[in-house]
Design a binder for this molecule. Sequence first.
Ligand code: NAD
Length: 377
Amino acid sequence: MRIAVLKETREGETRVALVPELVGRLTALGYAVAVEPGAGVGALHADEEYAAAGAVVDADAVEGAEVVVSVQPPPIDVVRRLAPGTSTISFLPSLQETGLVADLRDSGVTAYAMELVPRISRAQAMDALSSQALVAGYRCAIVAAGLLRRFFPLNMTAAGTVPPAEVVVLGAGVAGLQAIATSKRLGAVVKAYDVRAASAEEIRSMGAQAIDLGLEALEGAGGYAREMTEERATRQRELLTPYVAAADALITTAAVPGRQAPVLVTREMVEQMRPGSVVVDLAAESGGNVEGSVPGQVVRIGAAQVWGGSGVPAQMPGPASRLYAQNVVNLVALMTRAGEGEQPPAFAPDFADEIIAGACVTHEGVVRHEPTRTALE
Ligand code: NAD
């Protein structure tokens, strides 16, 4: 049983799907681990570390591999080298990458998408959306603190008192809660808003103030947010305006699964912020929660600096890779049948398991993820 770790090739991707520390968990399951040279460089892991941990560093790592793991979807030239029946495990935004999905299907590859791992309790250890959102949320708070030319915490000194910064977080899912926790640890006064019914309690549990706009909760399937009507969006923006205007730092992390990010903050709202204030829009890449934010850039709107997130987890490649690798190894472990007596261990995913079935995009020449299959028809 050979498992190959790809060197990421997409621009800006610094993470790696397996860190040296976790090679031993795969070898203990019975796998031979082959790593493409330089795979860990972006996350500061040298080839020698992988070799010392028991992996082979091999430019032809994918040759003869039963499983190929990566962070970004496997490149088309790699897919075309894979034998039918090979499995790939990676992020795979299948609705956006239908061409690649068609290639995976036609190559007879079984492709699993980490973002499709069902978000049920049993799958928490494999939930890469959560692990990467945690990294992103932390990074957003640190970026805000770094851009803001003032203290986050209250400082009482002999020379006088400097008040703390006020941070407003919009969207309090995994990333937002981590941004709240990090801002609180740095001493800021934090207020936050989310449309889900459970979120006020979650915000308060982080020691922040839950903003109550007096609007109905917007909850859809699986405890996720529902899309707003235009009328509701306008009312929500009106009610949030004074909170945004009073913030020294605004951090936005709101998303609705399968949709463009909702616009929570207009350009006019940002223009009301004080000189020196900072906006961090984690959702910039998926359309932006803040009108005018640009992924990967800091732009000026009114008197505020607006930072647009782009590949944010990859900005902290060490911890992001480590957490992602844990998620991948836990999924591989679920797909592995332990050896018994004469029977050796085997990579044997059980499609009766809702985690495995849910994460599978292509298998035996068929697109199993229904929305993607429909998109391809
Ligand atoms: P997400 O990244 O899809 O969205 C981020 C947040 O934006 C969500 O909290 C959402 O409610 C919020 N949002 C959407 N539209 C908004 C709007 N118009 N105004 C303000 N906020 C808005 O979500 P996520 O962080 O991946 O998680 C969302 C939910 O899933 C949470 O309830 C979380 O606890 C739950 N979850 C469960 C599991 C599990 O059980 N295994 C794992 C992870 C997350």
